[in-house]
Design a protein around this ligand. Structure first.
Ligand code: PGA
Length: 234
């Protein structure tokens, strides 16, 4: 089954890493799997990816529409560097002040430039209810018409912690997200993200998801590739 795997490198890596990852990725045999690599903005121009199934994404996008916006990166700038996807609403960005309203503006900005948003949603704590997903989805889609959208269910407590939710909880989250998105008129794909590793990805394949968002493990390129190959051969 077709799967999307997104590598979120966060604020990691250096010139050497980004200018050499193509050596291991350009020869990957991919039929049913598509990859999206999301480096920090600065390194976008030095990636040398030449592969039909590997696309480039950004880790954020501006909500501003006015060019008088110091420090911001617009969708049109990203498009000049072949960016096709943008991660929006990651919990690490929400934590430093990004609101639901700003997320909705970023999603709108991305869609208007044909950049596909990968919107991260998820509950804060392991013992919290996951009803918050409904409001997060509704708000993120509030400024949109019909668009191609991707959500990543990323429970905040699972990110970088080594802990993952059970398949039942992931499936429940996926159906909440899909139902709410449908009410808003959007057809969406849903990924899972948070502590995916070489040791647990196979068990996560039992969940009803369209792919995965990988953080830490994407930096360990051989482990990353073995997950990609494992998913491709499923
Ligand atoms: P992790 O990060 O895989 O290191 O938990 C996932 C993410 O933050 O997107």
């Amino acid at each position: 089954m077709h799967k999307l795997i997104v590598a979120n490198y966060k604020m990691n890596g250096d010139k050497r890493f980004y200018s050499s990852i193509h050596k291991k990725l350009n020869n990957l045999k991919l039929k049913d799997t598509e990859l999206v690599l999301c480096p920090p903005f600065l390194y976008l121009p030095i990636l040398k990816i030449k592969h039909k199934k590997i696309k480039i994404g950004s880790q954020n996008i501006s909500n501003c529409v006015n060019s008088k916006s110091t420090g911001q990166i617009s969708p049109n700038m990203l498009k000049e560097f072949d960016v096709k996807y943008a991660i929006i609403g990651h919990s690490e960005v929400r934590k430093i002040g990004e609101t639901e309203a700003i997320i909705a503006e970023k999603v709108k900005n991305a869609c208007e430039s044909n950049i596909i948003p990968i919107i991260c949603v998820g509950e804060e704590r392991k013992n919290s209810k996951i009803d918050c997903l409904q409001a997060q989805v509704k708000s993120a889609l509030s400024l949109l018409g019909k668009q191609e959208i991707i959500f990543a269910y990323e429970p905040v407590w699972a990110i970088g912690s080594g802990e993952i939710p059970c398949v039942k909880r992931i499936n429940k989250a996926v159906s909440i997200i899909k139902e709410e998105a449908q009410t808003c008129g959007a057809l969406v794909r849903v990924l899972y993200g948070g502590s995916v590793s070489v040791d647990n990805y196979q068990s996560l394949l039992a969940a009803n998801v369209d792919g995965f968002l990988l953080g830490g493990v994407s930096l360990r390129i051989d482990e990353f590739i073995s997950i990609v190959k494992g998913i491709e051969n499923e």
